[in-house]
Design a protein around this ligand. Structure first.
Ligand code: CLF
Ligand code: SF4
Length: 485
């Protein structure tokens, strides 16, 4: 395989190596609120652990195109909206092709830790291909974690096989627990060798989803529930969904916004059903806070590869992968050793920053956008960023609330005015922007829009910078070089 490692990935690994040398070593431990057994399962899974998503990558192989239901937010020509934004999976793969691709990626992307099957149809319905892919890959790369996403209808038929194959992470998309709500989301399902519609279809789907969830919980398989928030259809109802799935042992709940656009040709797109505004999504997520909520989902494609938010799928097309390819785990192993050391230091820095924030007498809050390319550090240039992670800091602590996707400002050494205008709009409501480097022009324009931007914390841990900013904001310490306009 001759695929070159990307600039981003190489730079990130090198930088991590550098950091690891300079900070000394402490082994990774479970954060206080997670038991060691669970931590062991999630610590390398970028979706099941927010902390892990700073370090580890997943890849999806699009081996499962067939589906047994119709969701009103899906057009079969597009990716599965269960787990992705509606963009086509570039190529559908056979299990053998998938295995070659996984090896090619594992050889080149040291962060790779999880192989997921998330469509583009339903992984449990297209079971033979899903199973064959997992079996082949697990044989070649035994330490890769296997992950599956499903609408749940066929799930109960395969739970025992999933357990046998050590698939210890499952996602079920559950948008309702009341068939009268379900009938507005699912026009039909195919079950028991025939098509069902209306309330009958929604009732069967609901019963199968609940059964599948209970069966997974009984077997100790960690289950995440994804719910698509559809304003006016199931938004309020998701509170009840949350209660029901929590009661049946779901580990994590991920409420995602409906992505709806006429050009996707979906029922909702064509009928003008809108998705939620970011503030509506966040308000609902806040109401569900008693449960573990996922806030770092990127609604990725069925063929996504890389760290969440940095899709490298286009670098690994089948045409570039040789027919014969051998697995070489050296880069992944070296990377894991580095991460084990780095994240212990990160955790200590994080705890110290939180302690600092919670100890100050300041009632205000800050919304901070961060440019990062991994490692939990502020290590991306403003002009290179394709998204900014957003953190809320208050006396109660600090939390990732989501991300704002943007077009890359700097391409080939130039920054486009129109792109900058869009980025400024995307950062509306942000108090401070942190990045590794920013030029005078964007800094000035952001300042005029009320966003203070600084590269003074470049390469620091995100939480360390957030803590320092918060303390500075309440007047205890001076604030280093934010926007000078
Ligand atoms: Fe893939 Fe899903 Fe597994 Fe992750 S994605 S099958 S749990 S490995 Fe992750 Fe992507 Fe969100 Fe899914 S960011 S859409 S939650
Ligand atoms: Fe589309 Fe996935 Fe729904 Fe099937 S389960 S209709 S592939 S979104």
């Amino acid at each position: 395989m001759s695929t070159p490692m990307s600039r981003t990935s190489t730079a990130f690994s090198d930088q991590l190596l550098e950091n690891a040398k300079s900070v000394g070593c402490s082994l990774s431990t479970a954060p206080g609120d997670i038991d060691p057994g669970t931590w062991d399962k999630i610590k390398n899974h970028p979706c099941f652990s927010e902390e892990a998503h700073h370090y580890f990558a997943r890849m999806h192989v699009a081996v499962a195109p067939a589906c047994n239901i119709q969701c009103n937010y899906c057009n079969r020509k597009y990716d599965c909206a269960n787990e992705s934004r509606p963009g086509v999976a570039s190529e559908k793969l056979t299990p053998d092709q998938a295995m070659r691709k996984v090896i090619a990626v594992a050889n080149e992307v040291p962060q790779l830790s999880v192989l997921g099957i998330a469509g583009p149809g339903d992984a449990c319905y297209d079971w033979k291909k899903t199973r064959a892919t997992f079996e082949r890959v697990a044989k070649e790369i035994p330490d890769i974690r296997l992950c599956i996403s499903t609408n749940g209808l066929a799930l109960p038929d395969h739970v025992d096989e999933l357990a046998e194959m050590n698939v210890d992470h499952v996602t079920i998309t559950i948008n309702m627990v009341d068939p009268s709500v379900g009938a507005k989301i699912y026009p039909w399902i195919y079950y028991g060798h025939r098509r069902h519609t209306g309330l009958d279809a929604a009732r069967i789907l609901h019963e199968r989803q609940m059964l599948g969830l209970e069966m997974l919980a009984e077997r100790g398989i960690l289950t995440k529930v994804n719910s698509v928030m559809i304003p006016g259809v199931n938004d309020e109802h998701l509170i009840e969904v949350n209660r029901a799935v929590k009661g049946r042992g779901a580990f994590l709940h991920n409420v995602m916004p409906l992505i709806s656009n006429r050009i996707h040709g979906t029922y909702y797109g064509l009928t003008g059903q809108r998705g939620p505004e970011p503030f509506e999504l966040e308000a609902l997520q806040d109401r569900l806070e008693g449960t573990k909520m996922m806030r770092h989902c990127r609604q990725c494609r069925a063929d996504a590869i890389g760290l969440l938010g940095d899709d490298r799928g286009q670098e690994f097309t089948l045409a570039e992968i040789p027919d014969e390819i051998t697995y070489d785990g050296s880069k992944r192993q070296a990377y894991r050793q580095l991460v084990a050391r780095e994240r212990g230091d990160h955790l200590a820095a994080q705890n110290e920053a939180i302690r600092m924030v919670m100890s100050v007498e300041y009632g205000g809050s800050l919304l901070v956008a961060v440019a990062t390319k991994g490692g939990g550090r502020i290590n991306e240039h403003f002009g290179q960023a394709k998204e900014f992670q957003v953190y809320a800091v208050s006396q109660r602590g600090m939390k990732l609330t989501g991300h704002r996707g943007v077009e890359q400002y700097c391409l080939g050494g130039w920054g486009e005015d129109a792109t900058l205008d869009h980025i400024v709009i995307a950062l509306e409501g942000i108090d401070i922007l942190l990045c590794a480097k920013i030029g005078d022009r964007p800094r000035k324009q952001l300042t005029q829009a009320g966003v203070r931007a600084t590269d003074a914390y470049g390469h620091d841990y995100i939480e360390t910078a957030l803590g320092a900013l918060y303390v500075a904001e309440c007047g205890i310490e001076p604030l280093p070089a934010t926007a000078t306009a």
